[in-house]
Design a binder for this molecule. Structure first.
Ligand code: SF4
Ligand code: SF3
Length: 546
């Protein structure tokens, strides 16, 4: 195996024996083969699109398959064997479909022609050096190809949530397959790939806008909300991940059963949506970011359902309480499948919860959030006044991911040491590094404004563009906004590329720069966009406030 897609890549270069995340070599290789197979399907999808055959089922397969390979989403070897076989079948059907229209498919890439009759043959192919990341020799080309692929993985995750809510955009699907085909094209130069990377950012903005539309048109606009972080004395289910449709189905099915529902990690922002406030058993948020789940799930006592990443390989003591659904999976844990209409039956989890103790209290009180674009626009006068009077000197966008590395304490210290006339704009699970600190408010505006999940970084961009308009500026970079972003997995990659597409410069990225960026690619990002890493809290604050 070789994997360097996340911030925890071993030794800052890549995991080779097993993932720091807990991914086994076999699964890593199967993920590579699934991506390889999806590239082959993409080549045919691009042909199919030219002659306007309906490939919606193929697009959905691609989006789901990409999502399954995101860090901490799916550790289940069986799920990958099954998905690869499904992919090969779809690919052959698509091939026939295209050929039936009189098109002659010639000189096809191996990713379009390889076949396997058994799991053993799939395993053999997955071990071949041609399918993995290192199949590309040139370090810079490899770096750009993977940067595009990781951006596309993040894009796929958001497209997946959107289509679960009935919102799709064929241009996004078409970009995904075009980009994946391009990563096999040896005739493209590094400059071509840089251009494609920036184009990936454009579709990153589009997919986040699509998901924002899907979420807000289904569940209303997020509004300021106090979220309880304590517990009640009923049996309960913990729901994690990002999928709001799964949450809605769980709330509908637990209604009136005496079983409570709590969110974990990236599901916290669900509390900000008006539509979920009507459920009396939707109690609050339990715990913190994904990486604390070993202690927190132990203490929760009830069953846990993962709708997406981030799963930490469970301890035996609670593994029988773990359920997965959607693109997520873990060997030995029950996976809840959707029927053809997307309906899921959570009754087994509800029955399971009834047999278990209520959650152990680990915290009390509440946290505030719900500052997505509509809510911030409603407060615009107040915010603009605060900027004009100098009550707010600067905003710090600190969106992104949290993670287990000790070096991430930087973000807690950074938040603590920021001067009182600054406001943090956050989204994603990065918030857990400072959302429980008593940072106060500025004239009623909290000093930490949480827009929501990582995809709601879109809201932060919309807010920035609105402020640019209000202050009549020519350039988004003239705003008093600094960007100090924490990243971990591939959704953060698409968020970053989206911000670059919007023209945001001088983004600082930490706690370390991605292992998949080669020195030359880093140079391009530094020279074109002023991307930089982080140093230490005091020097960085001084630099940002200069
Ligand atoms: Fe390593 Fe991250 Fe890949 Fe897991 S996802 S194998 S931790 S680089
Ligand atoms: Fe968190 Fe995985 Fe990235 Fe969605 S849940 S932000 S790390």
């Amino acid at each position: 195996m070789f994997c360097y897609q996340c911030q925890e890549a071993a030794k800052g270069t890549g995991c080779t024996l097993a993932g720091v995340c807990g991914k086994k070599a076999e699964v890593a290789n199967l993920q590579d083969l699934l991506i390889y197979t999806i590239k082959g399907i993409s080549i045919l999808a691009n042909e199919g699109r030219k002659i306007e055959i309906n490939i919606n089922q193929v697009d959905k397969f691609i989006v789901n398959g990409l999502f399954m390979t995101i860090t901490n989403a799916n550790f289940d070897d069986n799920a990958f064997y099954k998905t690869i076989k499904e992919g090969l079948k779809l690919r052959e059907e698509l091939k026939k479909n295209i050929e039936s229209k009189g098109i002659v498919l010639k000189e096809l890439h191996d990713s379009v022609t390889w076949i396997a009759e058994s799991d053993a043959e799939i395993e053999l192919k997955s071990n071949s050096a041609d399918v993995g990341v290192l199949a590309t020799d040139n370090e810079d080309v490899r770096s750009l190809r993977e940067l595009i692929i990781y951006g596309v993985k993040g894009m796929a995750a958001y497209a997946h949530h959107a289509y679960n809510l009935g919102k799709e955009n064929n241009e996004i699907y078409a970009f995904i397959t075009k980009a994946l085909e391009a990563t096999l094209d040896d005739s493209l130069s590094a400059d071509d790939l840089v251009a494609l990377t920036l184009e990936t950012g454009k579709y990153g903005v589009d997919v986040m806008a699509l998901l924002d539309d899907a979420n807000t048109s289904t569940y209303g606009n997020p509004e300021i909300t106090q979220v309880n972080i304590g517990v009640r004395k009923n049996p309960a289910i913990l729901i994690s991940g990002h999928d709001l449709n799964d949450l809605e189905q769980l709330l509908e099915q637990t209604k009136g059963t005496g079983v409570d529902v709590y969110t974990h990690s990236e599901m916290l922002p669900a509390h900000y949506y008006p539509a979920f406030k009507k459920y009396g058993n939707f109690v609050g948020n339990y715990g913190n970011a994904w990486w604390k789940q070993k202690e927190e799930i132990e203490a929760f006592n009830g069953p846990v359902i993962f709708t997406t990443n981030c799963i930490v390989p469970p301890k035996d003591s609670y593994k029988n309480r773990i359920y997965t659904t959607g693109a997520s999976g873990f060997p030995g844990c029950k996976h809840i499948e959707a029927d053809e209409k997307g309906n899921k039956d959570f009754s087994e989890i509800i029955q399971h919860a009834k047999k278990l103790d209520s959650p152990t209290e680990i915290e009390t009180g509440s946290i505030v959030g719900g500052f997505a674009h509509a809510q911030v626009f409603a407060l615009a006068d107040k915010v603009v006044d605060a900027v004009k009077t100098g009550a707010i000197k600067k905003f710090f966008v600190m969106a992104g991911c949290d993670g287990r590395m000790k070096s991430r304490d930087y973000y807690t210290d950074f938040a603590k040491q920021l001067p009182d006339d600054t406001v943090i704009l956050t989204a994603g699970c990065a918030k857990y590094k400072y959302n429980k600190l008593a940072l106060g408010d500025i004239g009623g505006i909290p000093r930490v404004l949480d827009a929501g999940q990582c995809n709601d970084s879109y809201s932060l961009a919309v807010i920035a563009l609105k402020l640019k308009e209000i202050f009549e500026l020519n350039d988004i970079n003239e705003l008093p906004i600094a960007y100090n972003i924490a990243w971990y997995e591939q959704k953060a990659v698409i968020v970053l590329l989206a911000l670059l597409h919007l023209g945001v410069k001088n983004i600082h990225l930490g706690p370390t720069l991605p292992a998949f960026l080669s020195p030359n690619v880093i140079n391009v990002l530094v020279n074109t966009f002023g991307i930089a890493g982080i140093t230490n809290v005091q020097d960085d604050i001084d630099m940002f406030l200069q």
